[in-house]
Design a protein around this ligand. Structure first.
Ligand code: ADP
Ligand code: ADP
Length: 228
């Protein structure tokens, strides 16, 4: 579902990604783990086509996105939903309004938006919070909204950028359990980046450990022994 082949990305004299290759199977929960500056954000931004690599190819849901022009790239970005560390919710919109906005941006017609928003809020267990504002929610609830918003347009891939790093351990566990349930129920492919090896151990089927932009460990969780 996601393949990187020898992806290199430089910022000036910094090599953020150095010939990184990895493969994520459909329906897999895949972790990319490493300390700050390892290249995790750059990697996930490359998968979401927010960064273009200097070399190598990136394939997402059958599209070789490194060869697409900007218009085709915007269309292909719909294959992936993105979830952020600090939720990135709009304070002036209700929970449902935040999800509806994502649908509006994606071009969903007005009369479908409310129904679809209610569907995904049900999926993440937030039906009774639909008319609340973000400031009235706990961190875990905010991240559920972030996940609902990412899923609203029915992507095949969910990308999470340190999605549990702002949450306490118990809330983290409940969000990770939600990811597993979504993978099981929707057949979703999940790629998450984190600096916490515990997150990878709890939820991932496979993982890559990055250090200074290089892959230092990679494989099925059962076979990975090293921790950062
Ligand atoms: P991580 O997410 O693992 O903390 P990043 O991908 O954010 O790592 O960064 C990897 C390296 O690339 C770091 O040295 C960082 O400073 C550098 N970097 C990332 N983005 C940029 C950018 N837009 N401009 C310059 N340097 C960058
Ligand atoms: P994190 O480690 O939590 O991912 P960063 O501070 O590394 O956060 O990155 C946040 C954003 O800033 C990213 O979009 C990244 O591309 C950008 N960035 C990171 N390092 C640099 C840098 N040295 N110069 C410019 N932009 C950077």
């Amino acid at each position: 579902m996601i393949t990187l082949e020898s992806v290199t990305k430089r910022f000036g004299t910094t090599t953020a990604l150095d010939a990184v290759s990895l493969h994520v199977e459909r329906g897999e929960i895949y972790g990319v783990v490493g300390t700050s500056g390892a290249g995790k954000s750059t990697l996930i931004r490359t998968v979401n086509a927010l960064e273009r690599p200097d070399a190598g190819t990136v394939t997402v849901a059958g599209h070789r996105i490194t060869e697409l022009d900007d218009a085709a790239l915007r269309r292909s970005r719909r294959h992936a939903g993105m979830v952020f560390q600090h939720f990135n919710l709009l304070a002036g919109r209700t929970v449902r309004g935040n999800v509806e906005l994502a649908l509006e941006i994606a071009g969903t017609e007005r009369r479908r938006r409310t129904a679809r928003a209610e569907e995904v809020l049900d999926l993440v267990g937030l039906t009774d919070r639909a008319t609340h504002y973000p400031s009235q929610l706990s961190g875990g609830q905010k991240q559920r909204v972030g996940i609902a918003r990412a899923l609203a347009t029915q992507p095949e891939v969910l990308l999470l950028d340190e999605a549990t790093s702002a949450l306490d351990p118990e809330t983290t566990r409940s969000i990770l359990a939600l990811l597993r349930r979504l993978r099981d129920e929707l057949g979703l492919t999940v790629m998450l980046i984190t600096h916490e090896m515990d997150v990878v151990r709890t939820v991932c089927d496979s993982a890559t450990l990055l250090q200074h932009g290089r892959v230092v460990e990679q494989g099925r969780l059962a076979d990975l022994v090293a921790a950062p």
